[in-house]
Design a protein around this ligand. Structure first.
Ligand code: G6P
Length: 469
C-alpha cells in the first residue's frame, strides 16, 4: 500500500483507545494541535500517520479514522521500557533539557532505540508513494530520517524537533552523539523551535562531523562521492487557535469559569499553573515562591488561590515518581500551614481535563504562571493568550521557554531566581486592567497571526524549496 503522498511519523498515533460501557473498544482522534494542523493536508493528499498506539503489545492492522490512514507500530513491554521510558525519556529528555535531571546512559537502551527507530522507518518507507513527502516528529525518532533515506532515496524528508537542542558542551556527553547527528541529517529540512536550538545543532554538526555549514545549510558528503544539502532552522510551533476562540465565546464555558471562581470562594485573584507533571516545568519553584509570599504576608489565602493542574505523565520513570512526591509534599505543607476552613492556598489537581474545562480555567485565572526551567515552546502559554479574548489576565513567562522569543509582552521571569519570581507574581497580581489589556492585545496579535497552520505551511514550504533544487 505504498501510495501515501504525505506521511507523518510520530512516536504516538493521534488516537486514544476508548472502552465503552459494554467493554467494546473504539479509537478516537485525540484533539492535539498537530493533528488539527495536518488533518486538511492529510485528507487532500492521501495522508498516512505512522505511530505507536500508546500501549505495549498492541498489534493492530492499519485503520482509517476521520479520513486519515493510521499505521500502528507495535512495541513490546520491554521496548516500551528501554526505548520509550529509557532512552527517549530518561536519556535524551533530561540531556536535551539542560540536564535538569541526570540523564542515564545505558547501552541496552540505545540498542532498543535503534531497533525501534528502524521499525518506524520501515513502516514509513512501506507506505510512502513514489517521490512522496515524509515528515518525522520529535526526539523519540532522531534516527528515522537517515533510515528512511537509506530505504527510499526518492522521498523528501522533513524532521521537526519539538523540544530544545542543547549546547555542545552538554550534547557532547551523549555516547552516541555522532550517530544521532547523522540520523537527523538524513532529513532535507530539520526544524527547531528557537533560532538558538538550530545554532546549537549546527555547531554540533560542524564540530563533530566536520561538515561544511553556511548559514542554515549543511553540505553532506554522499556515498557516490557527491554532496547533498540539509537545511536546519527555526519554525516556532503554535496552537490551533480556532477551538480556543470558539470555546471562550460559549456562554456555558463562561458560566463554568464563574462557577470555578465561586467554588474557590470567589478569591480576588486566581493564579493558575497547567503542566504535565514534569521536572522541566518548574512547578516546584513556582510553589516555593508562592509559599514564601504567603509566609511573608504579601499574599493571603483570603484573597488569592493558586490552582495547579499537573497532568500525570511518564509515571514509571523514577525521576517523575520522585518529582510527584516532592511536589505533593510541598503542596501538603503549604496547605497545612495556610488553609482556612473556607479557603485553600493551593488547589492541586493531578488529573487531565478536556479542553472545555481548560478554557473555563483559563478564563477564570487572573494570572497564568509558566515557569519552566527549560521548554521547547510551551503551548499552554499560547492557549491562555488565545483564550483571553476579553484582553484580561497576565501571563508570567519563563525566559527559558521557546514561547519567550515571541511573547515579548509577558511578565518575564528567570524561575531559578525565587526573589525575582516572587516580584513577578506580585507585579502580575497588582497589574491594573489598562496595562493588562495593552499587553494582552499585543500577545494575542502574535498568537492569532502565527497559529499552527502558519507553522506547518512555513515548514512545508521550506521542504518544497529543497525538493525543487
Ligand atoms: C512533549 C514531547 C512530545 C510528547 C509529549 C507527551 O510535548 O515533545 O513528543 O508526546 O511531551 O509526552 P509522552 O511521553 O506522554 O508522549
Amino acid at each position: 500500500m505504498s501510495d501515501a503522498e504525505f506521511v507523518v511519523v510520530a512516536n504516538r498515533l493521534p488516537v486514544d483507545r476508548v472502552v465503552g460501557p459494554d467493554g467494546e473498544e473504539e479509537w478516537r482522534t485525540s484533539p492535539g494541535g498537530l493533528v488539527a494542523a495536518l488533518e486538511p493536508m492529510m485528507r487532500s493528499a492521501r495522508g498516512a500517520w505512522v505511530g505507536w498506539p500508546g500501549q505495549p503489545d498492541v498489534e493492530l492492522e492499519p485503520f482509517e479514522i476521520n479520513g486519515i490512514d493510521l499505521v500502528p507500530v507495535s512495541l513490546s513491554a520491554d521496548e516500551v521500557e528501554d526505548y520509550y521510558e529509557g532512552f527517549a525519556n530518561d536519556t535524551i529528555w533530561p540531556l536535551y533539557h539542560d540536564v535538569i535531571a541526570p540523564p542515564q546512559y545505558h547501552r541496552e537502551w540505545w540498542e532498543a532505540y535503534v531497533k525501534v527507530n528502524r521499525r518506524f522507518a520501515e513502516a514509513a518507507a512501506a507506505v510512502a508513494a513514489p517521490n512522496g513527502t515524509v515528515w518525522v516528529h520529535d526526539y523519540q525518532l532522531q534516527l528515522v530520517p537517515q533510515m528512511i533515506r537509506e530505504l527510499r532515496s526518492d522521498v523528501t524528508i522533513g524532521y521537526f524537533h519539538h523540544i530544545p537542542f542543547p549546547a555542545h558542551g552538554l550534547y557532547a556527553q551523549l555516547p552516541w552523539r555522532d550517530q544521532v547527528l547523522r540520523g537527523l541529517l538524513g532529513a532535507d529540512v530539520i526544524g527547531f523551535q528557537r533560532a538558538q536550538d538550530a545554532t546549537y545543532f549546527l555547531t554540533a554538526v560542524r564540530r563533530r562531523l566536520r561538515h561544511d555549514v553556511k548559514g542554515s545549510a549543511v553540505t553532506i558528503p554522499t556515498d557516490d562521492g557527491g554532496t547533498r544539502t540539509a537545511v536546519a532552522r527555526a519554525f516556532p510551533i503554535s496552537i490551533d487557535t480556532a477551538p480556543y476562540l470558539e470555546l471562550a465565546a460559549r456562554p456555558d464555558v463562561r458560566a463554568r469559569a464563574a462557577e470555578i471562581r465561586a467554588s474557590l470562594g470567589n478569591p480576588k485573584k486566581i493564579l493558575l499553573g497547567v503542566d504535565r507533571l514534569d521536572y522541566t516545568k518548574g512547578i516546584r519553584h513556582r510553589i516555593k515562591a508562592y509559599g514564601e509570599l504567603l509566609e511573608d504576608g504579601q499574599l493571603s489565602v483570603e484573597d488569592v488561590t493558586f490552582v495547579q493542574v499537573a497532568s500525570p505523565s511518564r509515571e514509571r520513570v523514577d525521576a517523575y515518581v520522585h518529582l510527584r512526591d516532592e511536589i505533593e509534599l510541598a503542596v501538603g505543607r503549604i496547605n497545612g500551614d495556610h488553609d482556612t476552613m473556607g479557603h485553600t492556598a493551593i488547589r492541586y489537581l493531578h488529573q487531565g481535563y478536556p479542553r472545555e474545562e481548560m478554557v473555563a480555567l483559563y478564563l477564570a485565572a487572573d494570572v497564568m504562571l509558566v515557569t519552566a526551567l527549560r521548554d521547547g515552546m510551551n503551548l499552554v502559554a499560547k492557549e491562555y493568550v488565545a483564550t483571553r479574548a476579553d484582553n484580561r489576565g497576565v501571563l508570567v513567562l519563563s525566559e527559558f521557554t521557546g514561547a519567550a522569543d515571541e511573547l515579548r509582552q509577558a511578565v518575564r521571569v528567570n524561575p531559578h531566581d525565587i526573589a525575582g519570581l516572587k516580584d513577578a507574581i506580585m507585579t502580575a497580581v497588582a497589574m491594573p486592567p489598562a496595562e493588562q489589556g495593552k499587553r494582552m492585545r499585543s500577545l494575542r496579535r502574535r498568537v492569532l497571526e502565527n497559529d499552527v497552520n502558519a507553522w506547518s505551511s512555513s515548514f512545508l514550504r521550506a521542504l518544497d524549496e529543497v525538493r525543487k533544487r
